[in-house]
Design a protein around this ligand. Structure first.
Ligand SMILES: Nc1ncnc2c1ncn2[C@@H]1O[C@H](COP(=O)(O)OP(=O)(O)OP(=O)(O)O)[C@@H](O)[C@H]1O
Length: 261
């Protein structure tokens, strides 16, 4: 059965895209069929997988969602790009910003992405949605279309504090629009193991949320190797297979698979 995971946090630069790429490719390496959806008009996921000019792409998430709105026929293979590391990608570009504005006047505007994803479920084991850094209509669409939410949070005071608003939005979506939505877990990213600060932040996270929400045992270390992969268009496993950050994403993949059992 397919599991749809929204990788989301309204704060920018916390590791959403890096996690989507490396968890997605990690799952593909374990034999799973994986689709990654770029739901951010910045197109960072698209660029991170080697499509460096997202604005030149013909069919993207925006095209697909517009087709859903206009009740035009969509085929499951429309817009899908195949990455060399065995994941599929539905890309995004700046057109998604205009689409988000259009959504404001559309009936059942929270359900548009869900319509598309329901059609794709039978082809994949996992669909990961890389959300944009906001809690606007595009993120709401992703939450409505998903079974679970993975929340990457940078190991620093303000990002951890900012989780309150996100958790409130997720519970609102769960209550009103998608009863089956679960928080899969909070993932600490960019952890600088050399500092006590990182330990303090981890403690704060566990004290504040640990009794209610799963916090992944694995954390992602701060590493320039992770930052380099975005420019290479490949995963951390291909770029630097023996690095700590590669091992961390491998262990996170195992933890995600274990949690399914
Ligand atoms: N573990 C890490 N160590 C160091 N740098 C990292 C790490 N993970 C990601 N980065 C870098 O930090 C920046 C932000 O990461 P990323 O793009 O994954 O975050 P994001 O939450 O998707 O951002 P946005 O909100 O803009 O979409 C990028 O330059 C990325 O390469």
């Amino acid at each position: 059965m397919c599991k749809v995971i929204a990788v989301t946090n309204q704060k920018g630069g916390v590791g959403k895209t890096t996690t989507t790429v490396n968890l997605g490719i990690g799952l593909a390496k374990e034999g799973k069929k994986v689709l990654l959806i770029d739901a951010d008009p910045q197109g960072s996921l698209t660029a991170s997988l080697g499509y460096v000019e997202p604005d030149d792409l013909g069919t993207t998430l925006a095209t697909i969602m517009l087709a859903v709105i206009n009740e035009e026929e969509i085929k499951p293979e429309d817009g899908i790009l195949h990455h060399e590391e065995n994941v599929d990608l539905l890309p995004a570009n700046i057109e998604l910003s205009a689409l988000e504005v259009t959504l404001g006047n559309v009936m059942s505007r929270e359900m548009i992405m869900k319509d598309y994803i329901e059609m794709m479920r039978e082809r994949y084991d996992y669909i990961l949605i890389d959300c944009m850094p906001s809690l606007g209509m595009m993120t709401i669409n992703a939450l409505v279309a998903s079974d679970a939410v993975l929340i990457p949070v940078q190991a620093a005071y303000l990002p951890v504090k900012g989780l309150q608003q996100l958790i409130k939005t997720i519970s609102m979506v769960k209550k009103r629009l998608n009863r089956k939505l679960q928080i899969m877990g909070i993932l600490l990213t960019m952890v600088d193991f050399r500092t006590n600060y990182a330990k303090d932040i981890s403690t704060m996270l566990h004290v504040t949320y640990g009794s209610k929400i799963t916090i992944f045992e694995n954390v992602i270390p701060l590493s320039v190797k992770a930052a380099e992969t975005s420019a290479e268009g490949i995963s951390i496993y291909a770029h630097c297979p023996r690095s700590k950050v590669s091992n961390a994403y491998k262990s996170l993949t195992q933890e995600v698979l274990e949690n399914e059992k």
